[in-house]
Design a protein around this ligand. Structure first.
Ligand SMILES: NC(=O)CC[C@H](N)C(=O)O
Length: 317
């Protein structure tokens, strides 16, 4: 992208981002805050915030961009990358597949239906739980520490930490994830103890961030693993390529096709109402809008990204 294009985009964002956020905010009333993790239900449904970061670290923020939230399923992108860096492709893809499911993110249907009973991809819950078990460490605490440090490193923010209330809230109520994990254990997909693996999984889902952290993490993916600000490679290019492909095909759960059609960018959402996305080679984007549609994606967030993509012709197609 030329400097002039960037300047134009930045000027339009300066003039219109607040207006687009306000327009999209109206769509928060179409959704509901996730309540199956009781602690998440405390978030106000009418929140909407966004941060867009360019490759020099300049930001455009709007709305409730300081609202802290937990990564939830967005963390799965980065644990996948760490598992790939720890084990390589061959081992990782002996435990999870490469295909979208078309089912809800916490579905267990295909684990029994389709041989050999490995999760279809690393971004559905079953797949992400399998990935958690692949993170290296001599103890569960060491695995969790390594993940947290990796997230801090990518976000360039050493103060990222685990929200213990959200962790406990999920851990106490995660009957479905527990059953998924036992299923995986029985199918020979999980190496460790179910409780230990789930502690790793709930911990990385509970890392607390802001939109700016998300945008910063996305920026590294937008630049294929090189941090354009620290001017350093943080992730091998191939592993970012794998992560972005999954984001494209599975990142918005079973609404990934619709999102690809309307926005056309690799993205990952979480049940906290967060979305991480990027304009390849250009911008990292983080947003939060806790009111979710039926498929578990932020109603206002998806709307806002639709406007931005159209306005700036960001679709990759
Ligand atoms: N979709 C999500 O964000 C799911 C993550 C959440 N921790 C869960 O396992 O249910």
């Amino acid at each position: 992208m030329s400097h002039q294009q960037h300047d134009n985009t930045w000027r339009l964002l300066q003039d219109h981002l607040d207006e687009w956020v306000n327009l999209s905010k109206a769509h928060t009333s179409e959704g509901h805050v996730a309540s199956y993790i009781p602690e998440l239900a405390n978030a106000s449904p009418d929140i909407l915030g966004i941060c867009i970061m360019d490759s020099e670290g300049n930001t455009k923020v709007s709305g409730d961009s300081d609202f802290p939230f937990t990564l939830q399923s967005i963390s799965k992108v980065f644990t996948l990358i760490l598992a790939l860096m720890d084990n390589g492709e061959e081992i990782v893809f002996s435990k999870v597949g490469m295909e979208p499911t078309g089912d809800d993110f916490n579905s267990m249907l295909k684990l029994e239906l389709v041989e050999p009973g490995i999760p279809f991809n690393p971004l559905i819950n079953a797949g992400a739980i399998a990935i958690s078990s692949l993170i290296k460490g001599n103890t569960t605490d060491e695995q969790i520490d390594r993940i947290l440090h990796f997230f801090q490193h990518i976000a360039d923010n050493p103060s990222l930490s685990i929200n213990q209330h959200v962790f406990r809230s999920e851990s106490d109520t995660a009957h479905r994830n527990r059953s998924l994990a036992y299923f995986l254990k029985d199918n020979g997909v999980l190496d460790g103890e179910v409780d230990d693996v789930l502690r790793v999984y709930f911990s990385h889902c509970s890392v607390e961030v802001t939109c700016t952290d998300l945008a910063r993490m996305a920026l590294v993916l937008a630049h294929n693993g090189v941090d354009p600000i620290r001017k350093r490679r943080l992730i091998p290019r191939r592993f970012v390529q794998i992560a972005k492909t999954f984001m494209f095909t599975c990142g918005m759960y079973n609404a990934s096709g619709e999102f690809a059609m309307n926005v056309g960018l690799p993205a990952k959402s979480g049940v906290s109402g967060s979305i991480l996305t990027m304009v390849p080679g250009q911008y990292g984007i983080g947003l939060v809008g806790p009111a979710l549609n039926r498929k578990g994606n932020s109603t206002a967030g998806v709307h806002l990204l639709g406007i931005l993509s159209q306005e700036f012709d960001w679709s990759l197609f």
